[in-house]
Design a protein. Structure first.
Length: 143
């Protein structure tokens, strides 16, 4: 597994968006952040400490941090996020499953208004997200 194959997998999931933030980090969101989406995974490009961090939930967190090469994610451990040191720490299939679960964990906690937008037909959802992005940009907050 590497950043590009992981990116391909994550962007194939429903309602997943990607942003570049904090310099060299690819952030993956369960729903577009413009409508209240929440991040569920962060790929840190060029970091010597970890390659990916993601939401694991309380049980998953406790199990995963017992494994070699996986540790509590800096700044997000209190939210039960883990960080993985190297791409080969976990088998690719297992990492994909864990990230699918991370997306579901975060998606379950999305605000009702965000879930309502996600339930809209595709064309209406796209219009709503575009309108919200335009609104945020006009306020200077759409970065």
């Amino acid at each position: 597994m590497d950043a590009e194959s992981l990116r391909t997998h994550l962007l194939s999931l429903p309602d997943v968006c990607e942003t570049m933030q904090w310099g060299e980090s690819l952030v993956y969101w369960a729903a577009d952040k413009a409508i209240g989406g929440k991040m569920f995974a962060v790929v840190t490009l060029g970091s010597p400490n970890s390659v990916i961090s993601f939401a694991a939930g309380p049980e998953g967190f406790a199990e995963l941090v017992e494994r070699e090469g996986i540790f509590p994610a800096p700044y997000l451990a209190r939210a039960h996020w883990v960080a993985v040191e190297r791409w080969n720490t976990l088998p690719a299939a297992e990492l994909r499953e864990l990230l699918d679960r991370a997306r579901e964990l975060v998606r379950e906690k999305l605000p009702a208004r965000t879930k309502a937008v996600l339930a809209m037909p595709a064309a209406e959802k796209k219009k709503r997200i575009a309108a919200r992005k335009k609104q945020l940009t006009s306020r200077g907050r759409g970065r």
